[in-house]
Structure formats: structure tokens, C-alpha cells
Ligand binder design. Sequence first.
Ligand code: 13P
Length: 249
Amino acid sequence: MRQKIVAGNWKMNTVYKDGLELATAVNSLATKKTSDAVVIIAPPFTHLAEIKKVLSVVKLSAQNCASEESGAYTGEVSVSMLKSVGAEYVIIGHSERRAYYHEDNAILAKKVNLTLSAGLKPIFCIGEVLPERNANKHFDIVKSQLAEGVFHLSPVEFENIVVAYEPVWAIGTGVTASPEQAQEMHKFIRSEISSKYGEKIAANTSILYGGSCKGSNAKELFANPDVDGGLIGGAALKAEEFLQIVNAF
Ligand code: 13P
């Protein structure tokens, strides 16, 4: 059966010392967690190698990766570099990457391929902006993000994908999707996966919710049958609150 996952996306927050302290605190609290959720943190690139050394029960993710394998790409970080410092996951297609760095589905599909070929698992982010939801286009948007970003994969490859539904209007706004809105979209995503790869793979795929998920609302979101956990931004920067979310299952 599919895994429950709570992943913390730290975004561009914490200097090295603070990041190391936060990771140490999260790992320590996670050793006493009361849920069976897999706990993942995604610190900035600069912290990954040292943070890996203080983790035991918590898994390590990067927030992004290069769309090329290696070579003359100044400033980029490759999947093999991430693998070499102990990362197991890579967040791909976060709405902030899509919006501010113009990453389209074609680039994201390349990143997904490279991530899988390095033996890492993509946490593939999808989600609509508010005008798209208001125009009732949110299902179409999510459908095309899946089709163009990950549905080129073989069934065996797709089994390594974690999907994160993050409605852009809920990210960092304090406006959380209602449990009904989350369940409705997660169910739709699972049905799309089922149409493409069959019921068994769809039932085994973890689909996370992201967007103003916090200690106070995680329980009602995670109570939905198709919500398998969360991708957490702001609330992942406080160890106690992050673990409250982990323990919300
Ligand atoms: P917030 O939890 O801060 O809304 O961010 C969600 C997010 O973007 C996680 O990737």
C-alpha cells in the first residue's frame, strides 16, 4: 500500500548553522513520532551534505536539480551531485520554479528523467493558479501538468514518483484548500494515474497536499482517503509544528 509522507520544503530559508540546528531538532523529534509517515526535509543545496550526517530517521531531499547531466552549466547542481551527498528525493516543478524561473513541463520532464536515472525519487509538483480555478480550469491544468511532466514514464519508472498537489493560491497565503477541495483534486489525480498506468499503480502512488498546511489543519486534510500527506513550507521551519503535522495521521 502507498506510503504516507510529510516533506518539509525549506525554500530559501536558514543560514547553515540554523539549518543544521533545525535538521537536528526535526530528526530528534522524528525518532519519537507516533505516525508511520515517512519524514523528509528539503534544505537548501549548501546544507545538504552536512545535514545528511545528523539524520537517522529523516530522509533528505533537494529542492531542485539541473536539467542537464554535467558540464558547462555555471551555477547548476546535478542529480549525481545530489546523490553523492545522500539525497534520496528531489522536488521538481514547484510552482515557484515554474513561475519565477520559467520552468515548463518539457524542462521538468527532463529533470524527472535525470532524477530517476540517478536513482533518486522525484516529488513532482502540480497545481493551478487562482484565475485558473476561478475559470474552472483547474482539472485541465493539473491533467496537462501530469501528461507533459510524468506520463511519458514507463509504469516501472512511474512507481518512483511522488505527486504533490499544491494549489498556487494556497501557497504561503494562509488560505488552505478545504478538505473537500483537496480530496476532490487528489481523487481526480489518482483517477488520471489509474487511466494511464492502471488501478494498482494508482493505489500505490503517494499524493501529497501542499499550501498553508500547518499543525492546526493537517488532521482534517490527512483524514481524506486520497490525501497521503503534505508538502510543507512555512510550518516546516519550526521543528515542533512540523512534527505535529507528521503526527496528524
Ligand atoms: P506553505 O506551506 O508555506 O504554504 O508552502 C507550501 C509549499 O510551497 C511547499 O512546497
